[in-house]
Structures are given as C-alpha cells and as structure tokens.
Design a protein around this ligand. Structure first.
Ligand SMILES: O=C(O)CCC(=O)C(=O)O
Length: 217
C-alpha cells in the first residue's frame, strides 16, 4: 500500500468517538470507548495472552499461500465452523474470559454471538489486510462486535465501490468496543495496517454469529 496516498486520504472518524451511530454512508458503525474499565481490560488481556491456543495459520489469498500476518484462534459453540482465506476453523470451547464478554454483549446489546475470532498483534509488523467479514455462514448483514485490548493500532475503513470517499481512520483504545452492523460488511472493507512506529502488543476479539451451525440437529 502506498503510504503517502493513504495519509493524504485518511481522516479520522471523529463522529464515532462520541459514541456515534450509523453516520457513515452505507454502514452502521458504533464506537464505544471504555466498554471495559482499564482494570478489567488489563485482566482480560493478560489472561487471553496466557490461555488462548494461539497459532499462525497458512492462508490462501489470490491463489498464493501466506503465513497469516498475526496469531489467531477461533472459539465458539460446537458447530460454529467458520471458513475464510482457505481456512476451516473448528471452534475451541469457550474460555471463561470470552464467555463473560459474550454475556455482556447479550445483556447490554441484546445480541448473542456464538463465536469469536481472537487475534494477537505481537508488534507493529503484525497486521490485517483489507477485507470484509462477509462470509456466507454469517448470513445477510452480519453484525461484528470488536473489542480491542492492549496497544492502540490504526483501524481503517474504505468504501468498496466509491473510490472518491476518504479512507476513514479510528484508533480503538484499550477496552473499547466497535460494532459494525447493517450493510457495513457489504459496502466497506477494513484493515489494520502495519505500523512503522514501535507499538506494544494488541489483542482483538471479533465476536460473530455463525448462522449455519454444522452437525447440530
Ligand atoms: O484487529 C482488528 O481491529 C480487526 C480484526 C479484523 O478485521 C478481523 O479479524 O476480521
């Protein structure tokens, strides 16, 4: 990616920092700083770094195989199988810390995800390229609830079709929640670019609702 071009086009999504709603066109994005207190966020971060079964899978993109640019693990209800980039993810059984967060999303947002992708960005070289979370098993207009822990990293949003729209930028803070809902995944891509500055470790949790449960009758 061309950094000069990016910095010229990127601008901050300041409308979201006040807990905004569906202000981006073709999207519904809601940013909730302080969803977890700093103390709770510290505890969840530490326990996940220790307890998650981290792995760095090989992924397929554009016919080529790469090592995933971050460490990951997929947790969820039995049958919540999720495939992306040539990977078929069988869910690991929920960790207590993940269950607590899932329950909070259910109680406070009336939305009950059945799985979560846990990602560990070990330093600024770990990243995630442009993509949408639009896999068929998530169904029409999937909701993604993303909790950030640890170091802050840039999170970019780019409209898929309208190239004249700016790239929007958000820097989700430790303990924040970012909800992407409605048509966001249909019209927008998001990414976490590499950082040229020294940055600490970051863990990100994207809670999802897998609609096509496999082997559950
Ligand atoms: O790390 C993030 O903030 C985003 C992660 C993400 O886009 C994904 O796992 O699909």
């Amino acid at each position: 990616m061309n950094n000069t071009r990016l910095s010229r086009r990127a601008r901050s999504i300041s409308l979201l920092s006040a807990g905004g709603d569906c202000a981006l066109p073709d999207a519904c994005v809601n940013y909730v700083p302080g969803f977890l207190t700093p103390k709770t966020a510290d505890g969840v971060f530490d326990s996940l770094i220790k307890q998650v079964e981290w792995h760095q899978p090989k992924i397929k993109l554009f016919g080529k195989t790469f090592l995933s640019p971050r460490l990951s693990a997929w947790y969820g209800d039995a049958g919540a199988i999720y495939s992306y980039s040539g990977l078929v993810n069988q869910p690991l059984p929920w960790l207590p810390a993940l269950q607590v967060l899932r329950r909070r999303l259910k109680n406070e947002w009336e939305w009950n995800p059945n799985a979560v992708l846990v990602n560990w960005y070990r330093d600024g070289q770990d990243s995630m390229g442009w993509h949408s979370d639009d896999e068929t098993e998530l169904g029409h207009e999937p909701t993604i609830a993303s909790i950030s822990l640890g170091a802050s990293r840039r999170f970019l949003l780019r409209h898929q079709k309208d190239k004249h729209m700016p790239i929007y930028e958000l820097v989700p803070e430790h303990g924040s929640l970012l909800i992407m809902a409605g048509s966001t995944q249909k019209f927008w891509r998001h990414s976490v670019p590499k950082s040229t500055h020294a940055v600490g470790q970051r863990v990100n949790l994207t809670f999802r609702l897998v609609r096509t449960m496999q082997g559950i009758f």
